[in-house]
Design a protein around this ligand. Structure first.
Ligand code: F6R
Length: 263
């Protein structure tokens, strides 16, 4: 794993966006992006939007696949991930909405919706660069602790902790959905490269666990230690519990950030 420690969340966004832009350059205009929701990738989307607005990045032919979706929220609900992706990704990055996919959490057959999602990702040729956040319990996507490390897109039950973490977007805890559809850990590992972003002290334990802890279903993001091209971009606060922080800084200073190879 390449760990990049930044001064603040704004820099996290710029470093992550530079990595992603390099993959786009490498793969060409029909690049396939994996997109996360939540607070963590907001600075990355803002930095990518700056590149798009400056004419330095063209994503109009890109495809995108979201990581997850709540079950039971209508697509038009302001807190559905479908809405989030429209608002914060499709619009600002000028993506073609017809090439952007989100799991269907309203499907009458959720199991089939998950199978269809995996097939659509395969038909697109797989994800070139997957953007990730990490939950305070170490989840990536909504792969909660105890998830199979080789899981595929499926229905999951959200932990109380995740629902409490996400309560800030809903009027009450009861209003937070209890279930979701999420890409599995095996699905995420299939991406040709991954860029995980995290900012703030509340992410420090999770970041230390997934980067330096044992690979364990107890901390699902730790499975990224198996990925050949995983970049972890964190601010000082999120890096504060990394035992090898000085070493990561030394590596970053010794060589300019080497763009992730996607070959
Ligand atoms: C979002 C997702 C989750 C979030 C994680 C962190 O699509 O899959 O893993 O990345 O819950 O959320 P924030 O960034 O809101 O702290």
């Amino acid at each position: 794993m390449e760990v990049v420690i930044c001064d603040d969340d704004r820099e996290v966004g710029h470093v992550a966006a530079a990595q992603i832009a390099h993959v786009v350059e490498d793969r060409g205009p029909s690049v396939v992006l994996g997109v996360a929701t939540g607070s963590s990738p907001m600075s990355t989307y803002a930095a990518l939007a700056e590149l798009v607005d400056a004419g330095r990045l063209d994503l109009s032919h890109a495809q995108a696949f979201a990581l997850d979706e709540y079950v039971g929220l209508p697509k038009g609900h302001p807190q559905s991930y479908h809405s989030f992706i429209q608002r914060h990704v499709v619009g600002p990055l000028h993506l073609n909405p017809h090439r952007v996919h989100v799991p269907d959490g309203t499907a009458s057959d959720l199991e089939q919706a998950c199978i269809d999602y995996e097939l659509a990702m395969a038909a697109a040729g797989g994800v070139d660069v997957q953007i990730l956040g990490v939950g305070s319990n170490g989840h990536i996507g909504f792969n909660e602790p105890s998830s199979s490390l080789s899981s595929r897109t499926r229905l999951k039950t959200l932990t109380r902790r995740t629902r409490e973490d996400n309560q800030r977007f809903f009027p009450t805890l009861d209003a937070v959905p209890t279930h979701c559809l999420t890409q599995g850990l095996g699905t995420i590992l299939d991406a040709r490269s991954v860029v995980l972003v995290a900012s703030g002290e509340h992410k420090a334990d999770a970041v230390a666990a997934i980067v330096e802890g044992p690979v364990t279903a107890r901390r699902p993001g730790s499975v990224l230690q198996f990925h050949r091209f995983a970049t972890i971009v964190v601010d000082e606060a999120a890096a504060s519990k990394l035992e090898l922080a000085d070493y990561y800084r030394q590596v970053s200073e010794a060589k300019p950030l080497v763009p992730t190879s996607t070959s």
